[in-house]
Design a protein around this ligand. Structure first.
Ligand SMILES: *Cc1c(COP(=O)(O)O)cnc(C)c1O
Length: 371
């Protein structure tokens, strides 16, 4: 079977090459390749406007943005986080010498269960790092209440949350900082890329120092910063993508609806509920296979692969099961029963803007044939 006929879990959003060439010509003319060049400045402004946030600092990727966000807030000791995420969430803690403390998730939102956060707080806790999993907003008000009561910082891993809004606007406005990823597989991409959303100019200034080695000017270094800068090619690509991203999300929504119509009511297949009152962005289409389905989740996963459909188990294994985490007290099996069950049941189906109904039909047929 040709590569075109294979159905991957995602395909990156890539605008027409002709439309990118003028940007490249501009870069070749100006010879400004990086270090807060004109496209970088334009993209920061355009994204802040589009997302309706005060300030945004661009990064070479989301992981460097996470690492820098923790540096920016001078987080120390222990950080409460979710085991049900991409491994970079917790890795950013280890890169800062911080101890992850895993708390179980809510079975409907797949986000940190706010009712279990307080019990995990110790005198060493300085922050909470929740993830808006699949773009579903966390229990932001409960989390902020707890953070205020205990004097904790809140850093959202918002890698899945580009363009997600509640009634008051972008969910990126919650917490002390929110971190985005613009990796090729995300709803909006700059090849690789990321950003920190922050509320005020002073914090943005500190982040900008930190992502450029800590340089405040030519000869003054104010912090042990890193090289986290986004370059001009990435920024130019990001500007071009802005013409397409909302249509891409609309196309994702159509596939989401198509799947829902076909798959709801199949015994043993649970779908993610879309939280009401939220403008969603449909980054994934997870289904959850329980024991009422004739095949196990992994049998269905293999059945898909035999048919050239590359469904993915996001997120399995749990972060807390990887070798650098599993020895932590909070990684104990008994501490995370919901996350464990969800990780054992999840399968993310292909969903991307250029996907056709006929592609979705192939995926649906495999499930129906085996139900
Ligand atoms: C993609 C992702 C990241 C990492 O972002 P990169 O840009 O790939 O470094 C972090 N957290 C979550 C939840 C992600 O999905």
């Amino acid at each position: 079977m040709s590569a075109e006929q294979k159905l991957y879990v995602t395909r990156p959003l890539v605008p027409p090459l002709e439309e990118f060439l003028p940007y490249l010509t501009e870069i070749w003319k100006s010879k400004i390749l990086t270090n807060n060049g004109p496209f970088h400045q334009q993209l920061e402004k355009a994204l802040a406007d589009l997302l309706g946030v005060n300030h945004i600092a661009l990064f070479a990727n989301g992981t460097l943005a996470l690492v820098t966000a923790l540096q920016c807030l001078r987080v120390t000791g222990e950080v409460i986080t979710t085991p049900y995420s991409f491994v970079a969430s917790s890795h950013s803690l280890l890169w800062n010498g911080l101890k992850p403390v895993f708390v179980d998730i809510d079975p409907d939102t797949f986000n940190l269960d706010p009712g279990q956060i307080e019990a995990a707080i110790t005198p060493l806790t300085s922050a909470i790092m929740p993830v808006h999993c699949y773009g579903t907003p966390c229990a932001v008000d409960s989390i902020q209440q707890i953070a205020d009561n205990y004097g904790l910082k809140v850093i959202y891993d918002a890698a899945h949350s580009f363009r997600v809004e509640d009634q008051g606007g972008s969910i990126l406005r919650y917490g002390d900082l929110s971190v985005l990823s613009f990796h090729a597989t995300k709803v909006y991409n700059t090849f690789e890329g990321g950003a920190i959303v922050c509320p005020d100019a002073k914090t943005k200034q500190r982040i900008d120092y930190l992502k450029n080695f800590g340089f405040a000017d030519e000869t003054v270094v104010v912090a042990p910063g890193i090289n986290g800068k986004m370059n001009e090619i990435q920024a130019a690509f990001g500007l071009l993508q802005l013409r397409y991203v909302d249509n891409a999300i609309a196309a994702r929504k159509k596939i989401d609806t198509y799947y829902r119509n076909a798959l709801s009511g199949i015994k043993g297949v649970r779908l993610r509920k879309l939280a009401p009152g939220i403008k969603h962005n449909y980054p994934y289409f997870p289904i959850f296979i329980d024991s009422c389905f004739p095949l196990t989740r992994d049998e269905l996963y293999r059945k898909f692969r035999e048919n050239d459909i590359y469904a993915r188990r996001y997120f399995f294994p749990l972060i807390s099961d990887f070798p650098m985490y599993r020895g932590l007290p909070s990684a104990a099996k008994t501490n995370l029963p919901v996350a464990r069950q969800v990780a054992d049941q999840v399968l993310c189906l292909p969903i991307y803007p250029t996907m056709q109904d006929s592609d979705a039909d192939k995926v649906i047929a495999i499930i129906q044939r085996n139900a």
